[in-house]
Design a protein around this ligand. Structure first.
Ligand code: B3K
Ligand code: ZN
Length: 881
């Protein structure tokens, strides 16, 4: 917690470390109140640095002893300024011995070494290692670690750290020890330890080269009935990385540990991944389909980091997307390959597009906008963003789109060949892609250096006589903080042309046959592409498979969209046509709600939706995606002056209309998509449940009696959490008369399952039926606990981010609540507080009255004397001009 003005760190100021570390030996005497850490590190001067001082970072540590080459250093031999400890005039080679003390049980930040439910866990990325011991805590210092853990045997029977267990035994005094050695050099952010009372599911797994690895999933007692899916996902990940990329597990042992108090999803510590329980624990009774999918993706993601992140790491934190964008891309491809069908792949792709529009585009247009490779930050933890992760993954995907799968693989191979066990930059990655393919990718750099979502405007012209179709593309990019004008990007635009019969036309450009989807390369501000031999006026399908993270501006008429919605061979653009049809209606109705006209929804739209709903030649999962309306947030992003209530009413009106006017089709599909028998999280069953439950949601939105009865029946008889949650939220959103009883029964049945209780809070917090006082009442519930990040997010963040109508209550009470919670949370856990603070990012887009209240709330937070750098950066940027 600081009171001084936070310091901005710039990418351009990077200098290499003054000293390199070869080995680190850590000794821990673990005690919740007073843990003693002995750290012995061998260092040598870095030939690439002119500096002669040793620089170590440490935070919230009591320094007990400091020796260099056997000699105790006195206060005049070193300086401590803030978190920086400097030893001037250090010799060429130095062995440092550092003893410090910390208090894990008082550490509510969950950064560094902390306790959760009485056991010890660590989180070091990005800069948590300095809260454990003094160290050159920066990712370009890679060293070999040996770790000795000592702790009470009864309380902490399991002692884990990175790499291989080389020794364990009794210390005689009720304590025991374990010694771990990590054979690979690693940056300090990948260090981890666990000392806990845990049990594990384990298995020997044969690797491609014939070696056997021991795989373990560690959980608290009572949770061994929820580890199968994580274990299966881990095995699938290992196999997939071997098969798709030729990358093998480099350790004899790989562990996953689940912990209930955790700031994010999971952490890729070398050989010892630590996970939020949310991304490990699952069985049909307690986890939804979305939870199962999340586990597969996150287990994959952390495992894939072993190569993209750990073996090849980041030179500095500005390069974060080097590992995160790439690893998200890899986990997306993994999930797609696990589904295995083209249609399944498209459904996954649609989810990705949704995330970009729902969260990344708004970020890119708001006060926290930053390039995929940021130029500056105050607090690096604020930059684990959808831009660095999801837009970063899009940037990686564009290489694959431009170079083809094979070319991309060649680039990956060269990247590992060049940079194994190094700390490198995004430029190094781009260079590997370019060199492996003999391509000039210099313009591609702008995807890393420029913030903002590019807009690609399209114009088309059909020449009936010449039989040519000309597509002219214009690109531009809005100004973002610190970047007023932009250079053109290198944008792959995948295009197809549909004939009147709905079929793809063969494409010919410059006399060259280009199949039925051509990847056009837009590199200038304006560029024309001429398709030849076009026998009739086509309907263009532009940006197929969402080939670039841009906004496509093309003046589609309803007729074009209906044609694409019925026929486009590209499922993503087929879905997109439906989204455009729906968005047009939502925007128009939102305007009309405001003027109080009586609302109408046209038959054309409803018929198109009805036809899609009942088209049994299509996967249920795909139909569900097509029937789902753009969210209130997405609609808000299209509007100059946002009034959340009008958007909500318009969207509710459309939902209810679908429910009423497609009633028979919805009921039919509800019954046709049941998944009787044993629960299975396979893609087909997941799709059926999703479609069936969307039908239920529409029917109940229309207050349909049969729909409400079915929801109640589904709640009573559900054999899995997906159906149960869907039933509860349908009843909740429809304000069904007995919903309180239903919620109580749900709670009573699952009160011992923390992750289900989170769902219980989250469902209520994000329902428009829950206002601020309702949320305050829920905060007084005995199960509520602001210190547990999952719980805090389930109630407080869900309300502020997912309940726009109530959060934006006209009297400003939602914002006052927000300010209060940000301030309280900040004193406990700045990372969680800072995420919550971002709920106010888009405040300048609301009506003047709402803006006034929002500004006041922001100023109230910004005016706090004591505020973390995390929150100060977020609210400071929100208020800046
Ligand atoms: N690398 C971690 C995120 C660390 C966040 C630090 N505030 C999880 C992941 O992306 O895999
Ligand atoms: Zn990651």
């Amino acid at each position: 917690m600081r009171t001084d003005t936070p310091q901005t760190i710039y990418r351009k100021d990077y200098t290499p470390p003054s000293y390199l570390v070869d080995t680190v030996e850590l000794g821990f005497d673990l005690d919740p109140a007073r843990t003693v850490v002995a750290n012995r590190l061998t260092m040598r001067r870095n030939p690439d640095s002119a500096q002669r001082e040793i620089e170590l970072y440490g935070e919230n540590l009591e320094l007990v002893a400091l020796r260099m080459n056997g000699k105790t250093l006195g206060e005049s031999d070193y300086r401590i300024e803030g978190s920086l400890l400097t030893i001037p005039n250090a010799p060429e080679e130095a062995t440092l011995e550092i003893e410090t003390v910390c208090a894990p049980e008082l550490n509510t930040t969950l950064n560094g070494l902390y306790t959760s439910n009485g056991s010890f866990y660590t989180q070091c990325e990005a800069e948590g290692f300095r809260a454990i011991t003094y160290f050159p805590d920066r990712p370009d210092v890679m060293a070999k670690y040996t770790v000795m853990l000592r702790a009470d045997k009864e309380k902490y029977p399991v002692l884990l750290s990175n790499g291989n267990l080389i020794e364990e035994g009794d210390l005689g005094d009720g304590r025991h020890y374990a010694k771990w050695e990590d054979p690979f050099k690693k940056p300090s952010y990948l260090f981890a330890l666990v000392a806990a009372r845990l049990v594990c599911q384990e298995e020997k797994f044969k690797l491609a080269d014939g070696r056997e690895a021991l795989l373990q999933v560690w959980v608290e007692e009572g949770n061994l009935d929820k580890t199968d899916y994580a274990m299966q996902s881990l095995k699938n990940s290992i196999r997939w990385d071997e098969e798709r990329w030729g990358l093998e597990l480099d350790l004899d042992r790989f562990m996953i540990v689940a912990v209930g108090d955790f700031n994010m999803g999971a952490m890729e510590n070398k050989g010892l991944n630590i996970f939020n329980t949310k991304f490990v624990l699952a069985n049909p009774r307690v986890a939804t389909d979305v939870d199962f999918q999340g586990i597969e993706a996150v287990v994959g993601h952390e495992y894939f980091h072993n190569w993209t992140g750990n073996r090849v790491t980041c030179r500095d934190w500005f390069q974060l997307s080097l590992k995160e964008g790439l690893t998200v891309f890899r986990d997306q491809e993994f999930s797609a390959d696990m589904v295995g069908t083209e249609s399944g792949r498209a459904v996954g792709r649609i989810d990705q597009v949704r995330t970009l529009r729902q969260a990344q585009f708004p970020e890119d247009a708001g006060p926290m906008a930053h390039p995929v490779r940021p130029d500056s930050f105050v607090e690096i933890n604020n930059f684990y963003t959808v831009t660095v992760y999801e837009k970063g993954a899009e940037v990686v995907r564009m290489y694959q789109t431009l170079l083809g799968r094979e070319g991309f693989r060649k680039g990956m191979d060269l990247y590992f060949e060049r940079h194994d066990e190094q700390a490198v930059t995004c430029d190094d990655f781009r260079r590997a892609m370019a060199d492996a393919n003999g391509r000039d990718l210099s313009q591609f750099e702008h995807w890393y250096s420029q913030a903002g979502t590019p807009v690609v405007r399209a114009e088309t012209r059909y020449d009936e006589i010449a039989k040519t179709y000309t597509l002219t593309l214009f690109q531009s990019c809005p100004a973002t903080p610190g970047q007023s004008s932009k250079f053109p990007f290198h944008i792959p635009v995948a295009v197809g042309l549909l004939g009147a019969d709905g079929r793809d036309m063969p494409l010919v450009i410059d006399g060259q046959e280009r199949g039925t989807t051509a990847v056009l390369e837009l590199t200038a501000a304006q560029q024309s592409f001429v398709f030849e031999n076009v026998q009739e006026q086509p309907t263009p399908s532009i940006l197929r498979d969402f080939s670039a993270p841009v906004v496509l501006d093309y003046n589609y008429g309803d007729a074009d969209l209906l044609h694409l919605f019925s026929h486009d061979s590209d499922p993503v653009n087929r879905w997109e046509a439906g989204q455009r049809l729906a968005m047009g209606r939502l925007l128009k109705l939102t305007g009309e709600v405001g003027v109080g006209a009586s609302l109408l929804l046209d038959d054309t739209f409803l018929m198109a939706m009805g036809k899609m709903l009942s088209d049994e030649s299509l996967d249920p999962a795909f139909r569900e995606q097509c029937l789902l309306l753009p969210s209130e947030t997405m609609v808000a992003e299209q509007i100059e002056v946002v009034n959340p209530l009008s958007i909500h009413l318009a969207r509710q009106f459309v939902r209810a209309n679908i429910g009423t006017r497609l009633r028979e089709e919805l009921l039919a599909q509800y019954h046709a998509n049941q998944t009787p028998g044993e629960y299975s999280p396979d893609a087909l069953s997941i799709g059926k449940r999703a479609l069936k439950n969307l039908c239920l949601a529409y029917l109940t939105a229309a207050q349909d009696e049969e729909g409400l009865r079915l929801a109640q029946e589904q709640f009573d008889n559900a054999g899995n959490m997906t159906d149960r949650v869907a039933a509860v939220s349908a009843l909740l959103h429809a304000r069904a008369p007995n919903v309180d009883q239903v919620l109580q029964r749900f709670y009573d049945e699952f009160e011992d399952e923390a992750l289900v209780v989170d769902k219980w809070f989250a469902m209520q917090a994000s329902s428009a039926t829950t206002d601020v006082s309702g949320v305050r009442a829920l905060m007084r519930h005995p199960a509520f606990n602001l210190r547990n990040p999952n719980r805090a997010r389930s109630l407080v963040s869900s309300f502020c981010a997912n309940n726009p109508v109530q959060f934006h209550a006209p009297d400003g009470s939602g914002y006052a609540f927000w300010a209060e919670q940000v301030i309280t949370l900040d004193a406990l856990n700045p990372q969680v507080a800072s995420r919550l603070a971002r709920a106010m990012d888009r405040w300048r887009r609301y009506t003047p009255e709402l803006q006034e209240h929002m500004k006041k709330a922001l100023q109230q937070v910004a005016g706090q004397q004591r505020l973390s750098n995390d929150v100060r950066e977020v609210v400071g940027k929100a208020l800046a001009n």
